[in-house]
Design a protein around this ligand. Sequence first.
Ligand SMILES: Nc1ncnc2c1ncn2[C@@H]1O[C@H](COP(=O)(O)OP(=O)(O)OP(=O)(O)O)[C@@H](O)[C@H]1O
Ligand SMILES: [Mg+2]
Length: 279
Amino acid sequence: MIDIQALTFTYKDETAPALENITLSVPEGGFLGIIGPAGAGKTTLARAIGGIVPHHYPGDYYGSVKVDGLDTIDNRLTDLSRIVGTVFQDVDSQIISSVVEDELLYGMENFGIPHDEIPRRMEFALKQVGIESLRERTIASLSGGQRQKVAIASVIALRPKVLVLDEPTGELDPASSRQIFTLLKTLNEEYGITVVIIEQKIMLLCEFARQLMVLDHGRIFVKGDTREVLSHAEELEALGVNCPRVAYLSRLLEKETRETLPVCVSIEEAEAMVRGLMK
Ligand SMILES: Nc1ncnc2c1ncn2[C@@H]1O[C@H](COP(=O)(O)OP(=O)(O)OP(=O)(O)O)[C@@H](O)[C@H]1O
Ligand SMILES: [Mg+2]
């Protein structure tokens, strides 16, 4: 669904590339998590998947990005936006209406969603994101976290084939963050939507993402299945990426048991492993 070949991109007037030689493939129905330190190029990559780099942000661009078979260079942003829905890191830059329900309506009307389907989609999106009660509120009266939820709901209502979310839970509390991840899982599993999410809450990311990619200085530090990436926990630590504590558990226990143990990605898995060993 997403096919990136040797992408190198330098923003106009900059000298160092923001992305360097990125090759990545995300299958249809994939769920990819992206992590990495500040300035690693995560946002630039999100922009490149949606085509905003280089259509909106010009620069030196080498390599190719294809989504659903369309090369982002050869296609217009309006066509690409039918395939890729993006929730930007700075949600305020993407909200254009002054009332919550208008924001969702605007997107759906622009997309040409049939009129009789709009109410159903509106209710689904508001309910799933947990903001039904905010429907008639003005955007200006909302908190940062609530605005983040509005931006997520507007994109979800469009049901794009690919959802790209750039730190969508940055202003959300742990319960709301988990709610968003659970929603993404539903959209991914039940509707086959391909999910790419940049996220600092690594514990949640590891629990939900099937693939992980770690970026550093514009380059891929490591990528692969979540479990495989977490087996590099010590190297990631050195990069400033703190892996979930459960990821270290099997290494610690291996020293005691002298058995090779699988890396755990959730507390449930860790609990099952410890119980198994105690038997
Ligand atoms: N619009 C822009 N014009 C010029 N340089 C930019 C622009 N946006 C980002 N950069 C530069 O590109 C590099 C990668 O930035 P990017 O925002 O993609 O990183 P990031 O991993 O998303 O960081 P953060 O964790 O802070 O969100 C940085 O050196 C940044 O200064
Ligand atoms: Mg960013």
